[in-house]
Design a protein around this ligand. Structure first.
Ligand SMILES: Nc1nc2c(c(=O)[nH]1)N[C@H]1C(S)=C(S)[C@@H](COP(=O)(O)O)O[C@H]1N2
Ligand SMILES: [Mo]
Length: 240
């Protein structure tokens, strides 16, 4: 399998990357305002502590930001990639990219909205529903929540089992009509379409069924566990 162009290492010189990272942080702080600003400055300080270059967001155009709490865009050899579905299941799965691509596919088109205020209209994601993978693994009755792990080694997220079974919650390998790039969390990332962007774990490595909800990276830093667009985190974004 060929590595898509988006998965090549970033070519921009470090100075420019750091500059754009700082612009991203500044824009996030301005967009936040209000009661969230105190939380945001804490979480940004924490993100910066994980990121010796100060790089926490890049501005690639089209309204997107590229976010990484580690300050890095990790990549894997496509042939070596595996997604584990594990924890409280009958049949743990280890899926290659071809395994994922061969399963019944679902497409979702929805605005992508970050809790800091930026929004990309009508983003088309496709892949498989999280529900279909959970069903295939045979969830045990003791599983009440799902934990997501990233191969960046830092990021985690979680959903209740009820949220996880929604038809607009995807394990995505395609953005637009191309493979999800490394910057966007490829080869495989979560897309929790009805919630703010932080709920969608990039560089997905494991889907783990667990007995109790485990707060994710940003929840540990003050964001709401239930990150519904428009009603959570003290925001009132127009519904999309
Ligand atoms: N592993 C990982 N996943 C992550 C993040 C991150 O920093 N690391 N940032 C989250 C946030 S806050 C948002 S808004 C989206 C941004 O997705 P993008 O970088 O593809 O625009 O990814 C989410 N998933
Ligand atoms: Mo975000």
């Amino acid at each position: 399998m060929e590595i898509p162009p988006g998965d090549q290492p970033l070519g921009a010189p470090v100075g420019r990357r750091v500059f754009l990272g700082l612009v991203g942080l500044g824009a996030a702080a301005v967009a936040a305002g209000g009661p969230l600003s105190a939380v945001l400055s804490r979480v940004q300080a924490k993100a910066a502590a994980h990121d010796p270059t100060g790089l926490s967001g890049l501005i690639p155009g089209g309204g997107w930001r590229y976010y990484s709490v580690t300050g890095d865009f990790p990549s894997v050899e496509p042939a070596a990639y595996r997604l584990r579905v594990a924890g409280l299941v009958d049949k743990p799965l280890s899926l290659s990219l071809a395994d994922i691509a061969a399963r019944p596919r679902t497409t979702v088109v929805r605005d992508f909205q970050c809790v800091t205020g930026w929004r990309v209209p009508k983003v088309r994601w496709s892949g498989v529903t999280l529900a279909s993978l959970i069903e295939a693994a045979g969830p045990l009755p003791s599983a009440t929540a799902v934990l997501f792990r990233s191969f960046d080694g830092a990021y985690t997220e979680s959903l209740t089992m009820k949220q996880a079974m929604r038809s607009d919650v995807l394990v995505a390998d395609t953005l637009g009509h191309a493979a999800v790039s490394s910057e966007h969390g490829g080869p495989v990332r979560m897309v929790v379409a009805p919630m703010y962007g932080y709920k969608s774990c990039k560089w997905l490595s494991e889907i783990r069924l667990v007995p109790r909800l485990v707060p994710g990276f940003w929840e540990q830093n003050g964001y709401d566990q239930d990150g519904w667009v428009g009603t959570s985190n003290g925001r009132s974004d127009a519904p999309t």
